[in-house]
Design a protein around this ligand. Sequence first.
Ligand code: SF4
Length: 75
Amino acid sequence: MVRITHYRYKCIGCAYCVEVAPDFWEMNEQDGKSDLISANTKNQIQVLLTDDLAWEQNRQAADVCPVSCIKVEKY
Ligand code: SF4
């Protein structure tokens, strides 16, 4: 299983995560930041628990994020 965490309050809206992992990320038209699709959101932190198939795309998203606000862990 994979846990993806988005520290959304740090997001600068560059959309790189959407480019490399469009199955998991989308841009929010209201505030211009990205959203982790289907995540639980609390205090501008989004968490998604999902299966191992999410690992590769989201590792890439974490790597390209210029402000390091995406964390991907196996658990
Ligand atoms: S790559 Fe990082 S800063 Fe850019 S939109 Fe995605 S989460 Fe936000």
